[in-house]
Design a protein around this ligand. Sequence first.
Ligand code: UDP
Length: 466
Amino acid sequence: MMAHGHMIPLVDMARQFARHGSKVTIILTPGNATLFSKTIERDRELGLQTNIRLIVFPSAEVGLPEGCENLSSTTSQEMSLKIHKAGELLQQPFEQLLEEDRPDCLVADVFIPWATDVATKVGIPRLAFHGTNAFSLCVHHVLHNQEPHKNIESNTESFIVPNLPDTIKLTKLQLLDPTRSGTESHFAKMVGKLMKAERTSYGIVINSFHELEPAYSEYYRKVVGRRAWHIGPVSLCNRDDEDKACRGNQTSIDEHECLTWLASKKPNSVLYVCFGSLSNFSTAQLREIAMGLEASGQQFIWVVRKEKTKEEWLPEGFEKQLEGRGLIIWGWAPQVLILDHEAIGGFMTHCGWNSVLEGLTAGVPLITWPLFAEQFSNEKLVSDILKVGVAVGAQEWCQWPDDTKIYVKRDDIEKAAAQLMVGEEAEEMRSRAHAQGDMAKKAVAKGGSSYSDLSALIEEMKLNCH
Ligand code: UDP
């Protein structure tokens, strides 16, 4: 899928395959390829057999401006639907490329609806990639099959997602509701296609590790009944600062400037605030975040997407007044580089799965502020099961907010920041997050669970093609 939250882990995953000795071809459109070409070039210099091949993005056919090839370059819901439409149109050139290249296996995002058909035609297995963890896939499985929310009248009353290894409660407001998003048929069709992709594929590859969610890794295999390989965290294939800094986009801050700023801070004293590559906040909400961070008294790095000009919402003199205490990055941050710095003591996140996993891999506890997609169930994993986070109190699934509405109040932001950064409870969460980070690193090291799962998968693919 042409979104950073899917392309970044898929490219990292491809690089992991290459490190395990596979010859890998990554298929991208030209605009998206520029985001990864430097990284792949560096891998090739190290002797890895990784290659990028291009297929043209159908800008004219879907009515998008030249160069707008992924979801984070869209500015409206209508434009983002066109990105999905473009993905649907790429089957023919993709098929041609596969015929020429003759690979032994295809790993494709679940959002690419035709991938299994193409793989079948070429006679190779297709593995599906969701971008999320086993826990959220299990929650979705139960919601879809048992509809525990069906007879709940109120949108705010919580209900239990039944028959899972833990007691998980959600409200209707926290679920993806196609009727609320106003694109009922499109979303309904897309989710249907996505589930079909999962059902018809050879199995799925998950960017997570077994020790993080053992009960759900089991549940997915036994109850959902499909094959899955946990092979993450794939972000750990970025070993040096340069790899971490140029991962998936041009950063809006010089990495050395960023590291110098962090080096002047004490360990665990900075809160990193970033809401991924697609978040849209109302003008009122952006101002509220600024006020909450200011009131918290904490040091912070805050990444703000450039969807609005700062004059529209940033309190006058804010940056000057907080100079030294707060750093705002306007645009794209080198997230993994920042999270790995010892000065970072907490991460306020929208619970996009990559962000959650990158935070935990770095041993950093989280303030959870889910916005949309499966982020509300990811929040449950973080706060209720792993107990490595504080919920800021987001109540409502919303991708395109009402511009005057405040969804989370400044007092709640201030409270969550203090709760995560200081005191005994904060230390306990931090030490649990550290333990997860240690397990993550062991999982991808030789002999670890993810290392072994990936090796076993590659061996199985080799057997298949003989
Ligand atoms: N990311 C980044 N810098 C930014 C924003 C995002 O490096 O300023 C990366 C982040 O490290 C993660 C991905 O973009 O790998 C976002 O994926 P996630 O699943 O967290 O959220 P999404 O963007 O899909 O909502």
